[in-house]
Unconditional design. Structure first.
Lengths: 195, 137, 411
């Protein structure tokens, strides 16, 4: 038996969880929450001496040379037998996925011959508008970077491309211009290790 | 050349390698007649020579300052000064003050609330949430 | 303030008309007083511009004829500052304070080579550069040349030596002269100073490099330039050849100026102290002086690197060293669709992880990982190994060749 006056209140309790939670933080509660037991490796497990193994949860330092980078003469190379055995074992597929769109790594093919490079140059010089870098890369199945290494368009084409780019840049507003400048700055800062 | 270098200077920590005493000069002022300089005069007569001989790194300058209280001023390598008025003090107390000036670094007195201050990064590195096995809390 | 090549003239010590006659103290040690009485006669500031003495006022002539350009060495042992500096540096009693006083006199204050620190600084610079370079090369045998040059500059370059001189409690005079305390560093920013250039090769085209900013490759810097990869200015500049027209152009002569005279003077004082230690106490003492004062300083070499295309360089490195091609793998990520995502990317060569980086997007995380992998390669250290100068000691073990990398990945 319920009084109708209390109906709205009941609806409120149903929608908002009104059960009391002790959320007020005090020094004592915070300290208690942060008090964690020592790493199991540090606990005395009956034996007199044992190796404490508690690797740091931090990014590796660059001063810690990876095993592969140790020169052949380095004594650390011979001392680390497990790594030696591991390195000599056949490589199985590592678990971590690769970065990038393609699921597996595509090694450079080195498929373009010297004649094809000559052909590429001829095409590029004959009609740079049709035979753009992208089109040539697609035709010869190589990377854009490789096409750029091989051929160079005539000065008129480069000039017109430059003017086209300038026209595009002229239409940018202050926000976009600043965003582009900041992107360049971030690129430099990344190279300097400041990001 | 894809690598460029960012120019930086090496930093030193006094005492790691060579130690340089930071107090480079001590001015000692006294008055011949005032009673407040009595201890200072005794210190200059009997204690200062031994103290100065023990600390050749410090340049001592003794000069009278008539009708004023005796003062000791320490000059430090970082360009700062520290002065202590030693009026009415005994010679032994003044020696203590001279030792205080000698041992000071010249820096401003700062509150030290960290157990360790180091230029080297921690051996275990900076904690990162993406590394390590993680521990159940 | 012009950086003129005085060294050869200074070392020649051309005789000059006797102006001042003075009796030298016979108690002062050999280095400072050898030929003092005869040398005093030539102690006139060596001025490059030939000026007619008749044009000078009588007062100026009087001043020049009576005063010395720097305090006489005999006064050194009465200077409290000098004795305090000697004790502060814990120098051996074998080093007389007169030598320390001489180390404090820059060629711009006293141009006479027997009274300034040019010769001592020359020895000291050679020792400092030698010990710093062997320390760096044996400790980090894979450093690229540009980083090695910068690290050398960070350990024994001019700005650092300036800081060291200040930390030794050395003060400079307002203006040098006979009457000043010998314990103060004496230099004059308006006078020419000596440059130590005789130990480096001078490029035949050094004038053109300064004038037209020609490119200097890193390998040629090793051969032709000084210990910090900086150009050794040549004897003949373009302005000398083409006449006065370009001489007037301020831009052309900019490179010939000592940019920071106080820094230069302080640095040369520190070098001269090292030279004095070597001269009076020998090679081992100089080495034992250099190690705590200079090589024990901290410089984080990992922060000196600036990369442009780290991924390409890492790929070239792996090709050169016959490692498998480096592959970037995503190790963990968080908040990919949020405003602040974090990606942790590791770079693998075969099964071995070369480096790891964290970034707000996949590409920059990959670049940071490649940079870390390259830094891990370049900053390989075999630990504490012997340096070549160890073998100079008596009953030293024969030299065992140290590991040094073949060179740059992409030069």
């Amino acid at each position: 038996m319920e009084r109708p006056v209390l109906q709205p209140l009941r609806r409120l309790t149903a929608s908002v969880n009104l059960t009391s939670i002790r959320s007020q933080s005090t020094t004592r509660r915070t300290k208690k929450a942060l008090k964690i037991a020592p790493h199991p490796s540090f606990l005395d497990n009956g034996t007199d001496d044992h190796i404490v193994f508690n690797p740091p949860s931090s990014a590796p330092s660059v001063y810690h040379t990876p095993f592969k980078f140790l020169p052949k003469t380095d004594p650390r190379r011979q001392a680390n037998l497990t790594q030696l055995l591991r390195a000599s074992a056949p490589a199985s597929s590592p678990s971590a996925p690769e970065v990038g769109g393609t699921p597996s790594f595509v090694a450079p093919k080195h498929n373009v011959t010297a004649e094809q490079i000559e052909e590429m140059r001829a095409l590029r010089s004959s009609d740079p508008a049709t035979w753009s870098v992208l089109a040539l890369a697609k035709k010869f199945q190589c990377s854009n970077y490789f096409v750029l290494m091989c051929c160079r368009a005539n000065p008129q084409h480069r000039q017109s491309e430059k003017e086209r780019l300038e026209a595009i840049k002229a239409r940018w507003g202050p926000i976009r211009t600043k965003a582009r400048e900041d992107r360049q700055k971030r690129k430099v800062m990344l190279g300097r290790g400041e990001l | 050349m894809t690598i460029r270098a960012i120019e930086k200077l090496s930093t030193s920590q006094n005492g790691l390698g060579a130690f340089i005493l930071q107090c480079k000069r001590m001015d000692i002022h006294y008055c011949d007649h005032s009673g407040s300089s009595r201890g200072m005069n005794a210190f200059i007569k009997h204690g200062l020579q031994r103290f100065a001989a023990a600390h050749p790194q410090i340049e001592f300058a003794v000069s009278p300052r008539p009708r004023k209280h005796p003062v000791m001023v320490g000059h430090y390598i970082n360009g700062k000064q520290k002065s202590i008025c030693v009026k009415n003090m005994e010679a032994s107390q003044i020696l203590k003050k001279a030792e205080l000036l000698r041992d000071a670094s010249g820096d401003k007195v700062k509150r030290v609330n960290k157990p360790v201050t180091s230029v080297n990064e921690s051996v275990r590195g900076v904690w990162s949430p993406y590394h390590g096995d993680g521990m159940a809390v | 303030m012009r950086r003129t090549r005085l060294a050869s003239q200074l070392l020649a010590g051309a005789p000059r008309a006797a102006r001042v006659s003075r009796i030298s103290s016979s108690t002062t040690p050999a280095l400072c007083t050898r030929g003092y009485a005869s040398a005093v006669s030539g102690r006139e500031p060596l001025s490059l511009d030939v000026e007619d003495e008749d044009a000078l006022s009588p007062k100026e002539l009087m001043r020049r004829s009576t005063s010395l350009p720097s305090p006489p060495p005999a006064r050194a042992k009465y200077s409290a500052k000098l004795a305090a500096l000697h004790a502060r540096l814990s120098l051996s009693p074998k080093i007389p304070v007169e030598t320390l006083a001489r180390a404090l006199i820059d060629p711009s204050a006293d141009a006479h080579p027997r009274f300034n620190n040019a010769n001592l600084a020359c020895i000291g610079a050679a020792l400092l550069n030698n010990h710093a370079s062997e320390f760096l090369i044996t400790k980090y045998p894979r450093l690229p040349m540009t980083i090695l040059f910068t690290a050398m500059k960070g350990y024994v370059g001019n700005p650092v030596l300036h800081q060291i001189a200040r930390a030794w409690g050395v003060e400079a005079t307002a203006s040098p002269g006979e009457e000043v305390d010998p314990g103060l560093l004496q230099f004059d920013i308006n006078k020419p100073t000596a440059m130590h250039t005789s130990w480096g090769y001078v490029r035949a085209e050094s004038a053109e490099i300064q004038r037209y900013k020609w490119r200097r490759g890193m390998s040629s810097r090793v051969m032709y330039d000084d210990a910090f990869g900086d150009l050794v200015p040549g004897q003949s500049s373009v302005s000398d050849k083409t006449g006065a027209l370009e001489m007037r152009n301020d831009k052309n002569s900019k490179e010939m100026l000592v940019k920071d005279m106080p820094t230069n003077a302080h640095a040369n004082f520190v070098r001269a102290v090292v030279g004095a230690v070597y001269l009076h106490c020998g090679r081992e003492a100089a080495k034992n002086f250099i190690k705590p004062h200079f090589l024990s300083r901290t410089l984080d070499l990992a922060s000196l690197f600036e990369f442009k295309i780290p991924t390409r360089e890492l790929a070239r490195l792996c090709a050169r060293e016959d490692f498998e091609l480096p592959v970037a793998r995503l190790e963990s990520e968080t908040g990919r669709l949020s405003r602040t995502p974090v990606f942790v990317v590791g770079i693998y060569s075969g099964r071995d992880k070369l480096g790891e980086g964290t970034g707000p997007d996949l590409d920059s995380a990959r670049k940071i990982a490649a940079m870390n992998a390259l830094k891990a390669w370049y900053l390989y250290s075999p630990g504490v190994v012997a340096v070549p100068s160890d073998t100079l000691a008596e009953d030293a073990a024969p030299w065992k060749p140290a590991y040094v990398d073949i060179g740059e990945v992409i030069s």
